[in-house]
Design a protein around this ligand. Structure first.
Ligand SMILES: [Zn+2]
Length: 332
């Protein structure tokens, strides 16, 4: 009885160890065969359709890179039916019914879907229309304006710049100094009082170390490259690291210059979705980045990561110095 149990256990251990060895070999091979200095120039920015998918930051220091459609769908799936109807189907809530109409507290109004700050209590006014109204947005770059010809009218629709959710409309009959009236649906917004802690998605990039804008422009730290599946997730996690000055998505290896995202998705260009991490070695070590990298993804999943299949999702570490190479090999 005990012997028949021991045998499957031994087999399972061999399989697990073989899997770990294969993954370790894969990463080592990537490190060992890649000349970083030559490859660094191949980190080309991704593009979605013909648009650039390189990270975008607003003047106020927030990440306004448009989210991919499946990411928006995942976030929107958490909304209640009314918020979903209004933000994803361009609906309008009944006048005088929204819960933020009479909110007079100090704070910030963020997108209910993606958390991007959209309006400030400092710019709120009573328009008498029955919808929360503001005379200017938190940052003009956080809002996208679009002509809306529905309901036999020509209006200007307002959408979240990051997730594309419908927010409301803007009219030119507002108070000074802008003369604008941003007319919002309460359910498209989430309010955080001034003293409340904001979630990471509602904070400027590198919030822990000053304004994102300043740090991005003075990002002169050390560079490291990691591939661990879909680059948006990897980029997101690295950005949370204290001492990480910037994290940007792009591609490594491959044999096509400046590939589009669609080209890479055909699995024929040979690229790996990769994140360039710029960090301050006095605040976070390369070793700490390695530790985080092996927590945020599973290198034993060959040429895939979770639901994403294809060799563009393979694991990889690209060193930029002999010291990084030694540390990475020692850690693996
Ligand atoms: Zn949004």
């Amino acid at each position: 009885m005990s012997r028949s149990r021991a045998l499957p256990l031994a087999v399972a251990l061999v399989i697990v160890m073989a899997g770990l060895f294969l993954a370790s070999s894969l990463v080592k091979r990537l490190i060992g065969t890649t000349e970083a200095s030559a490859r660094v120039t191949q980190l080309t920015q991704a593009s979605r359709r013909s648009d650039s998918m390189s990270p975008r930051y607003s003047e106020s220091g927030y990440d306004i890179t448009p989210l991919q459609r499946d990411r928006v769908a995942t976030l929107a799936a958490k909304l209640d039916p009314e918020a979903y109807r209004i933000t994803q189907k361009s609906g309008t809530e009944p006048a005088f019914c929204g819960n933020l109409l009479d909110n007079h507290k100090d704070g910030v109004y963020v997108c209910v879907v993606c958390g991007l700050p959209l309006f400030s209590s400092q710019n709120k006014f009573n328009s008498g229309t029955g919808w929360p109204s503001f005379y200017q947005p938190f940052d003009p770059q956080h809002i996208v304006r679009k002509v809306d010809t529905s309901l036999f009218m020509v209006r200007t629709e307002e959408l979240c710049a990051r997730c594309g959710s419908h927010l409301g409309h803007v009219f030119e009959d507002g108070p000074p100094p802008t003369g604008e009236r941003h007319c919002l649906n309460s359910v498209a917004l989430k309010f955080y009082e001034k003293s409340a802690a904001l979630p990471p998605e509602s904070q400027p990039v590198n919030a822990g170390g000053g304004s994102g804008k300043t740090e991005l422009r003075s990002a002169t730290g050390e560079v490291a490259y990691f591939a661990g599946g879909c680059f948006w997730g990897v980029q997101h996690y690295f950005k949370l690291g204290p001492g990480v000055l910037d994290a940007a998505s792009g591609y490594m290896q491959g044999h096509v210059d400046h590939p589009t995202y669609r080209q890479v998705c055909t699995d024929t260009t040979g690229h790996a979705e990769t994140v360039k991490v710029v960090f301050d070695p006095k605040r976070i070590t390369y070793r700490r980045l390695l530790e985080a990298f092996f927590v945020m993804h599973d290198p034993t999943q060959l040429n895939r990561q979770g639901p994403d299949f294809g060799d563009q999702y393979r694991s990889g570490i690209w060193y930029v110095s002999d010291e990084q190479r030694r540390e990475a090999e020692a850690y693996i």
